[in-house]
Design a protein around this ligand. Structure first.
Ligand code: HEC
Length: 175
């Protein structure tokens, strides 16, 4: 086949078919619909590689610091628990409607290193419900939450309530 013919045949495939897909409304944008496995793989891989590359070189302060963790639990409780839940709590109506779901951060922290937790918290994740907290908070206000996450998986519902009590007056969301 001549090059001109190949180009002529490719036009409907490369331009018209995707446009027909977009304008037909056939794609279900509902949060209750799920992605097919290929789209899901592409989105997850793209997300993970983007975070890997962008979180490199972030300097981590000393997170093993009780005062930082006490400040962090108040901020976590006000800023994060509504979507990510907290120990001893059932997922909220908001959390149950999210797609992708907000993962349980007690599990995330076992797999995701602090610089990535920090990067995601500061910058958010586009086209998911995960907000960019760095738009409204300085790095110094975000690190206490990351510090608290390091102990989150050790807490049951009672420990969490106890720690919240001890954290009175701490953090920028102090109660
Ligand atoms: C409005 C809902 C919402 C709030 C509030 C929220 N998140 Fe998220 N978060 C999400 C969603 C949805 C995801 C999943 C994004 C994805 O699948 O890529 C997520 C993902 C994350 C991840 C990635 C976890 C992993 O396993 O890779 C981290 C870290 C995170 N959030 C931290 C926080 C912190 C810290 C706060 C509070 C300062 C917070 N989030 C508040 C919705 C929320």
């Amino acid at each position: 086949m001549k090059l001109s013919k190949i180009i002529l045949v490719s036009i409907p495939v490369l331009i018209i078919a995707p446009l027909a897909f977009v304008y037909s409304g056939i794609f279900n944008i509902a949060a209750t619909a799920t992605h097919d496995p290929v789209t899901n793989w592409l989105l997850t891989k793209t997300r993970n590689r983007s975070i890997d590359v962008r979180s490199k070189g972030i300097e981590i302060p000393d997170l093993d610091n009780e005062q930082l963790q006490l400040a962090g639990i108040n901020d976590f409780n006000s800023m994060c628990a509504g979507c990510h839940t907290a120990p001893g709590r059932e997922p909220s109506s908001l959390a149950r409607g999210l797609n992708p779901p907000a993962p349980d951060l007690a599990e995330s922290v076992l797999e995701v290193p602090p610089e990535k937790l920090f990067w995601v918290t500061r910058n958010g994740i586009r086209m998911t419900g995960m907000p960019a907290w760095g738009v409204s908070h300085s790095d110094d206000e975000i690190w206490p939450v990351i510090s608290f996450l390091q102990v989150l998986s050790d807490l049951d519902g009672e420990d969490y309530q106890e720690m919240l009590k001890n954290a009175e007056g701490k953090g920028h969301h102090a109660h």
